[in-house]
Ligand binder design. Structure first.
Ligand code: URQ
Ligand code: ZN
Ligand code: ZN
Length: 481
């Protein structure tokens, strides 16, 4: 590949903005600074009037996920390509072993599916059951395969839900390994009973979905997970916080100094629960995901949480089921496959509703769409940075580029778009994945298989300090005379 000089832009990182140029040689950033010379044969990209920022990292996707009797329609090639069209250059997906499935076997299964990816990717591994073998294999995944985060679904009873015994055992194991436990925090037992009650009252349509998972169902689980983590002395990361109830649990813990990290989905920031009252069954079912979309006051609180730094990352939970797949629940909302798309629109939606509205600065935008995720999951500054030696995952962001979001024009492999008709200003003009231009002039030039699996090292430094602290705090036996 020829060297690429990105010239005349405003470089923006999580730490601020500066005018300057950026030189890419091969797959990494070779130089950053004012008035860089173009080496012989270099390609020059004019970034005048645009921002130059680290490629987005989406910490929460589910490409080609087998779930609820079907398989998500987006695969690792189409999904990472659509991501590039929106400025995202890496995703962290999920290995979700079936109950009693060997977790190493599941890991290699997902690694096989992801070989077609067009941008870089990594995997959280879900702990859906417990045994001494699971415990041992978590160690193998950390030591040999670069996994430093393990997911726990507190919802989806009789499927992938794990009980408190599994949570406690797995959290303890994460602490031993220097890995970060992550959580889908909804009380699955409550959901199961509420779903049954609502269905038996005769509410069978998509409007039953949010009724069976009210905010308190999420708040209880979020608080329980946070308290378990506190008691065991392990950090914790809560995915898709959707409401005031979970945000309050996160905020309290963080204000007390507990190591709690929290994610919010772009769609939960801008879409409310009125979507479930759409008279068209298909349209209402398009929005069935968990946690569900909430009443308006929750969006305002989530924006404040993002601005205040209580929510550190933004994601999409990109888990696509087309309309015919959603219709599996035509007579029973409990059977509608849970999930929505959004990987292509996350950054544009956040820029339009966040930066253009004055809620976020460009630097906060970069932190929330890329750098915080890289730091939390221990891949900074390889990812999420514009530093010499960083991977050349870069977006030339045009703040004036306007587009109307639609399934008719998006690159996602799903037959609807949850943001259908939304006009946004601010989009990726050029996207580079490890130095390769994959999006430019409205055209994708991704190639199957050019994405790489990114290993994420354990958090040794945190744990050594934590273990030393706990050793000092060991309760001493009471000497009785
Ligand atoms: O719960 C998740 O994160 C996966 C199964 C995607 N589906 C969803 O509704 N969020
Ligand atoms: Zn989830
Ligand atoms: Zn998910």
């Amino acid at each position: 590949m020829k060297p690429i000089l990105i010239r005349g832009g405003t470089l923006v990182t999580a730490d601020g903005e500066s005018r300057g140029d950026l030189l890419v040689v091969g797959e990494t950033i070779a130089a950053v600074g004012p008035k860089l010379d173009a080496p012989a044969g270099a390609r020059v990209i004019d970034a005048g009037g645009a921002y130059v920022m680290p490629g987005g990292i989406d910490p929460h996707t589910h490409m080609e996920l087998p779930f609820m009797g079907t398989v998500a329609s987006e695969d690792f090639f189409t999904g990472t390509s659509a991501a590039a069209a929106g400025g995202t250059t890496m995703c962290i997906d999920f290995v979700i072993p079936g109950p009693q499935q060997d977790i190493l076997e599941a890991f290699h299964q997902w690694r096989g599916w992801a070989e077609k990816a067009a941008c870089d990717y990594s995997f959280h591994v879900a702990i859906t059951w417990w045994s001494e073998q699971v415990r041992a294999q978590m160690g193998t995944l950390v030591a040999e395969h670069g996994v430093n985060s393990f997911k726990h679904f507190m919802a989806y009873k009789n499927a992938i839900m794990c009980d408190d015994e599994t949570l406690v055992n797995s959290f303890k194991r994460c602490r031993e390994l220097g890995a970060l436990p992550t959580l889908h925090a909804e009380n699955g037992e409550l959901v199961f009973v509420l779903q049954k009650d609502i269905f038996e009252q005769g509410i069978t349509g998509p409007e039953g979905h949010p009724l069976s998972r009210p905010p308190e169902v999420e708040g209880e689980a979020a608080n329980r997970a946070i308290r378990i983590a506190e008691a065991l002395g392990v950090p914790v990361y809560l995915v898709h916080n959707s409401c005031i109830d979970s945000l309050e649990a996160v905020t309290r813990a963080r204000l007390e100094g507990q190591q709690v990290f929290a994610e919010v989905l772009a769609q939960h920031l801008v879409i409310d629960d009125s979507v479930y009252r759409n008279p068209d069954w298909d349209t209402a079912a398009h929005y069935v995901m968990s946690p569900p979309f909430r009443a308006k006051e929750h969006q305002a609180a989530l924006w404040r949480g993002l601005q205040a730094g209580m929510l550190q990352t933004t994601a999409t939970d990109h888990c696509c089921f087309c309309t015919p797949q959603k219709r599996a629940g035509i007579d029973d909302f409990r059977k509608i496959p849970n999930g929505t798309g959004g990987i292509e629109d996350r950054m544009g939606v956040l820029w339009h509703h966040g930066v253009r509205s004055g809620k976020l600065t460009p630097a906060q935008f970069v932190a929330a769409t890329s750098t915080n995720c890289a730091r939390i999951f221990n891949i900074h500054p390889q990812k999420g940075a514009l530093m010499v030696g960083s991977d050349a995952d870069i977006v030339v962001w045009d703040p004036a580029l306007t587009r109307t979001i639609s399934a008719r024009t998006h690159h996602q492999n799903i037959d609807f778009n949850i943001y259908e008709g939304m006009e946004i200003t601010g989009n990726a003009a050029v996207t580079l994945s490890r130095g390769r231009v994959v999006w430019e002039g409205g055209q994708l030039t991704t190639e199957r298989g050019t994405g790489r699996y990114i290993k994420r090292p354990p958090f040794a430094s945190f744990w050594e300090a934590q273990n030393k602290r706990n050793a000092l705090a060991q309760p001493t036996a009471v000497k009785r005379s």
